[in-house]
Design a protein around this ligand. Structure first.
Ligand code: ADP
Length: 172
């Protein structure tokens, strides 16, 4: 699997699936979640509501992932995953890695070969950017049993992109 780092807006990525840093309610929020629902139109939210009414009555648990179609976005699928809120006193990084691992598994299930990820938890949920990149890369670099051929980490803004590049290249 090729891993690419790009600066940009995930809603414009031409890939089979984009990952959404959703909240557990699946009913929309700010950040990348808000952008996806704004740009993707109401069809995505309608599917999310149906998921809440059927499989996820109590919300999508942290670390898990589920796919909907992508409405008006160039991608075919949106894979919704719920990152953990950053905590300085508790190590929640296994849950953050679960987001990437479970999103890849869902990508395999829907047959998506190219997948774009945002930096899950690194916005409203407060995760330090460098560590969020490290957790993402730990999962993506060790993913051997997936049929995904390209994982694209989409960094929002030049500062975030610069930090991600340093982590990617192993610079201190
Ligand atoms: P969380 O609640 O998991 O922290 P956020 O959406 O607040 O999720 O932030 C996750 C990351 O996504 C942050 O780095 C934020 O800057 C970034 N982000 C926000 N909007 C977009 C977008 N349109 N495309 C890509 N990344 C985005």
């Amino acid at each position: 699997m090729e891993i690419a780092l790009v600066e940009g807006d995930i809603t414009t990525q031409r890939v089979d699936a984009i990952v959404n840093a959703a909240n557990s309610s699946l009913l929309g929020g700010g950040g990348v979640d808000g952008a996806i629902h704004r740009r993707g139109g109401p069809a995505i939210l309608a599917e999310c509501r149906a998921l809440r009414a059927s499989r996820y009555g109590r919300g999508l648990p942290t670390g898990q992932a589920v796919a909907t179609t992508a409405g008006e976005l160039p991608a075919r699928w949106v894979i919704h995953t719920v990152g953990p809120v950053w905590s300085a006193s508790e190590d929640r990084s296994a849950l953050l890695r679960d987001c990437y691992a479970n999103s890849l598994r869902v990508a395999d299930e829907v047959g998506a070969s190219t997948v774009a990820f945002p930096l899950v938890s690194a916005g409203i949920y407060g995760w330090p950017v460098d560590d969020a990149v490290g957790q993402a890369l730990a999962v993506l670099r060790s993913a051997t049993s997936t049929t995904v051929t390209e994982a694209r980490l989409v960094l929002f803004g030049s500062d975030t992109h610069a930090i991600a590049r340093e982590v990617f290249e192993g610079r201190p």
